[in-house]
Structures are given as structure tokens and as C-alpha cells.
Ligand binder design. Structure first.
Ligand SMILES: [Zn+2]
Length: 373
């Protein structure tokens, strides 16, 4: 993970990088942050920078052998410990490490619930027992593979059983040279006070709305700036929460857009009028989001129809829609539909009557989809 991929927190990044560049690498750091703040992402960026063989002023190089291994979380001097569910046979992280890497690369802002879903462990309790503490000790007793630091990332150490926490404390008290502990924690009150006192505290705060809003728009390109900041505010700086809310909003837009086009295709005027009423109630920002979403989907359809499916950036039911709807497109109407939506967007911005605008748009769509107009 590069620092540039960690959302926001510029001052903290600069401080962490400065420390490493000046040779101040504490033996243990406790990266405390609320859900969706990116404390794990920050720890992984820190580890990558520390292990990078060609560090820049502001980030790891991203291309040295060390960075390439870190991108897959497979660096031999990066050790990982995290909560798991126990079975009779499995009590250590090794068994799950491939799953964890996969989950974290996919979503570096992952929380314990998402990890539980990933493991399909349902209601089983996730924890870290004494076997994991022994595993940590054993791994750190090995020599550094590349001769530099050995980094041990412990995610959610607050879920350690008391015997495991006590064992970890011993390891922290008698550090192996060159070992760096990064304890990534969301609830430090659940940790042994003696562990907390052994580590340097790094606070990763909740994300400010503007930065979170920008990050959301990268994930959901059709969100408007106003909508994204609005979501960021409602999520109180929690990226996961914001993504979840944006995802639900997306689903609503998708269903609206798909069903509306279906009615247009079948020239079902009565239903189109009903959609117009729904559209009117959405409010202007949401109306703009819907139109932008429509434009995004039409672009995907055009890509599909031009036999460029590799460029289609949707999945699941959206992909299904794109594959079906693109069959109705041709050179003329694809461009026509795009222009209609762009014009509608301009008119919404100019405060056009939404019901009239939407009815007009519906009739035009009917025409395009039946090769008329
Ligand atoms: Zn590098």
C-alpha cells in the first residue's frame, strides 16, 4: 500500500515519513483509529515505506522488489496477525493468511464484520489465542529475510485472549533487534494498559468530509460533489459507512434507470408518467445524480456494443443490464441518448420543471429506442 493510496491524513503521513527518514523508527506503534479511518491502510503504507529499497521524499517507490511484494502483502519481512475463528485443528493465522491478504487488498478499510463475512464464519467469535501469540514470537525470532526491518502488523490486538495478550506483552518487553510492531487498533480501552504503555501512540482520526467526499467520488464516479460531501458528513468520517450508503443509493438509481428504460422501450406512457412523479420528488441533486448515472451506464453500454467488453466497468446486475440493453443500441441512437441525457442535466441545473422535463425525456427515449425521432 502506497501512502498516496491512503485517503487524506496528509500531516500524519508527513510525520511518519519524516520519522523514518530521520531514523526514528519506534519498536512498537499503536495506530488507533475509528472504523473507516484507514488506520490499517496507514500501517501498511508505513510498512511499505520502511521496507522500500528506493524511498522517495513522500512515498515508497512502488517498483522495487520490496514494493512489488508489499503490494501483494507477501513481503518475507512483513508478518501478519489478525483475529480468526478457532476450530479443533486451526488456531493460528497462517491458515487464513491468503484470505486476509485478499480481503485487505480488496478493501484496506476493512472492519471486523467484513472480515467475518469473508471467512463465512457467521456468528462464530473471532479472536486471537495464545497460539497466535506464539506464532508471532516464532516469526520474529527468524532472521530478517532482506537484512532490514522485520515488521509485524497485528490487526485488532484488542481481540486477543488474556493469555495471548500477556505473551505479546513479553515479546514487546524483550524486543528482537530490528523488529517493528504496528498494532492496528480501534478500541485501545480493550488492550492491556501495559501493552499500550509499551507502544508509541499514533492517532488516525476520522476522515474530514471533503477528503472522504473526494474518495467516494473516485469509487462512485457518477456521484455529484454535493451528494458525496453530504454522504461523507452523514458517515461522520467513516469510509466504510459512506461507501455502504453510496452503494445503497446506487442500487436505487440502478433500479429506477433500468425500469424506466424498460417502460420507454415498451412505450408504456402511463408508467413513464408515474416515473416522472417519482423523479420530481427526488430533489435536484438526486435528479442530477440519476442523469449522471444514466450517462455512465450508457457509456458502459456503448463500450459493450462496440465490442470492447474489457472496458466495461460494471458487475453483477448492472453488467447484466449492460449486456442486454446494449443490444438495443446502434451508432445513431447511442449518441442520441447520450445527448438527451446531457441536455437534461443542463436543464435540471437551470431549474427546469422536473415533471415536464422528465416526460419530454421519456418520449425522446421512446423514439430513440424504436429507431424513430
Ligand atoms: Zn520501493
Amino acid at each position: 500500500m502506497l501512502f498516496s493510496k491512503v485517503i487524506g491524513h496528509a500531516a500524519l503521513k508527513a510525520k511518519l515519513i519524516g520519522n523514518i527518514r530521520e531514523g526514528r523508527v519506534p519498536h512498537a506503534q499503536l495506530m488507533v483509529g475509528p472504523r473507516g479511518s484507514g488506520n490499517l491502510a496507514m500501517a501498511l503504507a508505513y510498512a511499505q515505506y520502511l521496507l522500500c529499497e528506493n524511498k522517495g521524499q513522500a512515498d515508497a517507490c512502488g517498483t522495487c522488489p520490496s514494493c512489488i511484494q508489499m503490494a501483494k502483502l507477501e513481503h518475507p519481512d512483513l508478518h501478519l496477525a489478525f483475529p480468526i475463528f478457532f476450530t479443533d485443528k486451526v488456531k493460528t493465522c497462517d491458515h487464513f493468511v491468503a484470505d486476509w491478504r485478499h480481503a485487505v487488498i480488496e478493501e484496506p478499510y476493512i472492519d471486523i464484520e467484513q472480515w467475518r463475512d469473508q471467512l463465512e464464519s457467521e456468528n462464530k467469535q473471532l479472536r486471537m489465542g495464545v497460539d497466535i501469540a506464539q506464532e508471532i514470537q516464532r516469526k520474529l525470532s527468524l532472521k530478517s529475510f532482506r537484512g532490514g526491518h522485520k515488521v509485524m502488523v497485528i490487526w485488532q490486538p484488542e481481540l486477543m485472549d488474556p493469555p495471548a495478550a500477556n505473551k505479546l506483552l513479553k515479546v514487546l518487553e524483550e524486543p528482537e533487534p530490528g523488529t517493528v510492531f504496528l498494532l492496528v487498533c480501534s478500541d485501545p480501552d480493550q488492550l492491556l494498559a501495559t501493552i499500550v504503555s509499551r507502544a508509541q501512540l499514533i492517532k488516525v482520526p476520522a476522515l474530514p468530509p471533503v477528503e472522504l467526499g473526494e474518495a467516494l467520488r473516485e469509487r462512485f464516479p457518477e456521484l455529484s460533489e454535493a451528494d458525496s460531501v453530504n454522504l461523507a458528513l452523514r458517515a461522520e468520517g467513516d469510509l466504510l459507512e459512506a461507501v455502504e450508503m453510496a452503494g445503497k443509493g446506487e442500487e436505487e438509481l440502478f433500479v429506477f434507470f433500468r425500469d424506466w428504460l424498460r417502460h420507454c422501450y415498451k412505450r408504456e406512457v402511463v408508467q413513464a408518467v408515474e416515473y416522472g412523479e417519482h423523479f420530481q420528488k427526488m430533489g435536484r441533486e438526486r435528479q442530477k445524480s440519476l442523469v449522471r448515472y444514466g450517462l455512465y451506464m450508457i457509456r458502459q453500454c456503448a463500450m459493450q456494443w462496440q465490442q470492447l467488453p474489457d472496458l466495461v466497468r460494471v458487475l453483477g446486475q448492472e453488467l447484466e443490464f449492460v449486456q442486454n440493453f446494449s443490444k438495443l443500441l446502434n451508432e445513431r441512437n447511442a449518441d442520441g441518448i447520450r445527448r438527451e441525457l446531457e441536455t437534461a442535466h443542463v436543464h435540471i441545473e437551470r431549474n427546469a420543471n422536473p415533471k415536464v422535463l422528465f416526460m419530454d425525456l421519456s418520449y425522446r427515449m421512446m423514439g430513440h429506442l424504436r429507431g424513430g425521432a
